[in-house]
Design a protein around this ligand. Structure first.
Ligand SMILES: C[S@@+](CC[C@H](N)C(=O)[O-])C[C@H]1O[C@@H](n2cnc3c(N)ncnc32)[C@H](O)[C@@H]1O
Length: 302
């Protein structure tokens, strides 16, 4: 049920999502338009990582969060990037090697059931991932188990698409046969308040949420089209029959031509939310009250 933080067992996108990201892995986050990077910057900063921390980057993709975290937890800390798409793991491993980061490892696994012992991590981070998983609540419970007492979960999700772009996505979505449109996926986790309630219900404490608008700038319609197919909109658009793809592209481009900025670029403002919360420290009842506090906050209580 899109839009509800409590929902979800009916929605089971894991295999379709992973197949899409596997296919897109060589091109993911490499169009030149900046989306994953600015979100990862903010998420890693909010997570309050420290040198020496052991970190899981759940659904690491091409490594946006893995790489940034690996720098922050040095010296002494380690980051493990987990993804089901082998191509994404290769991207993350190559990005780490290219930057000389020896404290990164990658491992194939399903982050809905991460293959780690209880208490393994100081922090579990996940950027742009939780909304793809079949049962976000159960996943948050599993992530809580693999955190050490007092450990931190931090993740991002999209809360509001740019309304100026809805007709563009709608035009392309209308060619995707039998699939939910992209914006239904994007709105699936609900508001920060709903997420706060979900984290509270699953035993987290010290919950903080914040929002931030990311202006994603494209050189023009063509760059947006290429980026979209290698990112989440591809989940819906893979259902467009080959014979209709040109028509879908032309429909979008006709709308986008009227949306260009004075310099010819296109700007999509994506409203993101971030949550940071903690496994209760040892000896606590784990029933601390959650508080939704607007604006970015550094994690507290570690
Ligand atoms: C939108 S990408 C985000 C990647 C990265 N975190 C970033 O910020 O760029 C989502 C990633 O989650 C991975 N993924 C989706 N479902 C998964 C699952 N159940 N287990 C592991 N990885 C999963 C996909 O393969 C993809 O790499």
């Amino acid at each position: 049920m899109p839009g509800s933080a409590n929902a979800s067992t009916a929605f089971s996108p894991t295999f379709a999502a992973v197949a899409t990201f596997e296919e897109a892995a060589p091109r993911y986050d490499s169009s030149g338009a900046q989306l994953a990077g600015p979100i990862a910057d903010r998420l890693v900063s909010l997570a309050g990582l420290r040198p020496g921390d052991q970190v899981l980057d759940a659904g690491c993709g091409a490594g946006a969060v893995t790489i940034r975290s690996a720098r922050v937890v040095s010296p002494g800390g380690q980051v493990i990037g987990v993804d089901l798409a082998e191509g994404m793991l290769r991207r993350t491993a190559a990005e780490a090697a290219g930057r000389g980061l020896a404290n990164v490892t990658v491992r194939r696994g399903n982050v809905s059931r991460p293959p780690f012992a209880p208490g393994s991590f100081d922090a579990v981070l996940a950027s742009l991932v939780l909304y793809l998983l079949p049962d976000p609540g159960a996943t948050l419970r599993r992530w809580r188990e693999i955190l050490r007492p007092g450990g931190t979960v931090a993740f991002s999700w999209g809360i509001r698409p740019d309304p100026r772009w809805s007709p563009v996505f709608g035009a392309v979505d209308s060619y995707a046969k039998g699939a939910d449109g992209f914006e239904a996926y994007a709105g699936r986790l609900g508001s920060p308040e709903e997420m706060t309630a979900m984290l509270d219900a699953h035993g987290y404490t010290g919950i903080r949420t914040s929002t931030h608008t990311v202006p994603v700038r494209y050189t023009g319609p063509r760059q947006w089209w290429q980026a979209s197919w290698a990112e989440a909109p591809g989940l819906a658009w893979q259902h467009i029959p080959d014979a209709d793809r040109d028509a879908a592209r032309r429909a979008a481009f006709a709308l986008l031509e009227r949306m260009r900025e004075p310099d010819g670029s296109l700007v999509r403002r994506v409203e993101m939310a971030y949550a940071v919360a903690h496994r209760p420290p040892e000896g606590s009842t784990g029933e601390g009250r959650a508080a939704a506090i607007p604006g970015p906050h550094k994690a507290a209580g570690r």
